[in-house]
Each structure stands twice: as structure tokens, then as C-alpha cells.
Write a protein that binds this ligand. Structure first.
Ligand SMILES: [Zn+2]
Length: 213
């Protein structure tokens, strides 16, 4: 049950409050100087921003407090598209959420995407292919492999040349075949998660009998 207080203690410009006695930062244990909302401010519709309902805050240092703010709008946008629309959702969607799509992303997320693009770009995939692992983007990894390497590691064909590790050590002689065959053969052995066991229909019938008995 929210409690009411004389004024909202956490308006954004009043967030920095150095005189208030504080506990250490809840995230890192360092010196705290701000109130961090445990339910992020980004999740509240604008019409509620000036409400006098006191929301839960914890003491946090500025770095930790700001550390989340870059991700919160994205978290909120995901929640908005995941749930049923209601007036609060619509208000967030038409205001804060729509505006957030026009902002330039923060440095941390730009770095993340840059790394992700490098990671799936092929070099890394080829590197781990030479250790026997598969890439999430095989076609990109292929660009960084010789034809003989691709045929050996991905297609399960006999090595046309010496097969070398990522560090240049000879792993296999010409003619060798990797364990497990081609990637297609290997994937063909996998039963996927949404398979059901043989007894599924029987158990479902019995469960329904139990519920209706
Ligand atoms: Zn901290």
C-alpha cells in the first residue's frame, strides 16, 4: 500500500541530495548521494510523475544510479509491447516510449552492438570452427575459412589438406574426418525442446479426467 507524503521527495532535479544522511550505495557499497527508484521512473506514465505517492527508493551512488538509466527505457519498451494495452500503457507508449525511439543510444549499448557485430561477423566464428565449435552465423564464418577447412569442419568431408588449429598447429592429416559428421547430420540428431514425450496424450487425458472428476 503506497503511503502519501507532503511532497514528492524524488523529483528528477531533486534526486541529488548530499545533505541527507545515507546508507552506503545498495549496489556497490560506495558513498551514496542519490535516491534510486527500485521500480525505475521510466516505468511510470507522465501523468503520474507529479503524483504525491511516495515510491520506494534506495540509496545509491551516482555512477550506479546512472548505470541503469541507459537500459531502463528499453526494458520499458519491451514490457509495453509484451502486455495487454490499458490506459497507462497507452499513455507511456504515446509519450515516453515514442520519444525514446528518437534518442541516440548510450555509449554502453553502442559498444555492445559493435562487439556483437564483430562477434558474429565471421572472424570469431572461423576461429572457434578450427576448435570444432559452430558459429551462430556459419555463412559469415565461412568467409574466414579455407574451402578445405569449411568442408572438414562444417560439411564432415575428409580433410583435403592438413587441418590446423587457430594457432597454426597441425590437428589432422589429409584424409581425416571429424567425429559426428556434417553439421546437418549432427543437427538431425537433436530432439527439440517443444517435442513431447510418447506418453503426453495419455497423461493429458488422465489429467483432464482428474480435473473434471
Ligand atoms: Zn554504487
Amino acid at each position: 500500500m503506497p503511503t502519501r507524503c507532503a511532497r514528492a521527495p524524488e523529483s528528477l532535479d531533486g534526486r541529488m541530495n548530499t545533505t541527507k544522511p545515507r546508507k552506503p550505495c545498495a549496489y556497490c557499497g560506495g558513498d551514496a548521494s542519490t535516491d534510486d527508484h527500485v521500480v525505475p521512473r521510466a516505468l511510470y506514465p507522465p501523468s503520474k510523475a507529479k503524483s504525491r505517492i511516495q515510491r520506494i527508493t534506495i540509496d545509491a551512488c551516482e555512477a550506479c544510479n546512472n548505470g541503469w538509466s541507459n537500459d531502463e527505457p528499453h526494458f520499458r519498451n519491451v514490457l509495453l509491447v509484451a502486455g495487454d494495452p490499458n490506459p497507462a500503457v497507452r499513455e507511456l507508449w504515446e509519450g515516453k516510449a515514442r520519444r525514446s525511439f528518437t534518442y541516440v543510444d548510450g555509449l554502453k549499448r553502442d559498444c555492445f552492438y559493435e562487439y556483437l557485430n564483430w562477434y558474429t561477423g565471421g572472424f570469431q566464428g572461423a576461429f572457434i570452427a578450427r576448435q570444432g565449435y559452430y558459429s551462430a552465423q556459419p555463412e559469415n564464418a565461412r568467409k574466414f575459412l579455407t574451402e578445405a577447412e569449411w568442408d572438414y569442419w562444417y560439411d564432415g568431408k575428409p580433410a583435403a589438406t592438413e587441418i590446423k588449429s587457430p594457432f597454426g598447429k597441425v590437428m589432422e592429416k589429409p584424409g581425416a574426418v571429424r567425429d559426428g559428421g556434417s553439421i546437418a547430420q549432427r543437427l538431425g540428431n537433436i530432439a527439440v525442446w517443444n517435442s513431447v514425450m510418447d506418453e503426453d496424450r495419455y497423461l493429458t487425458r488422465r489429467w483432464n479426467e482428474f480435473l473434471t472428476s
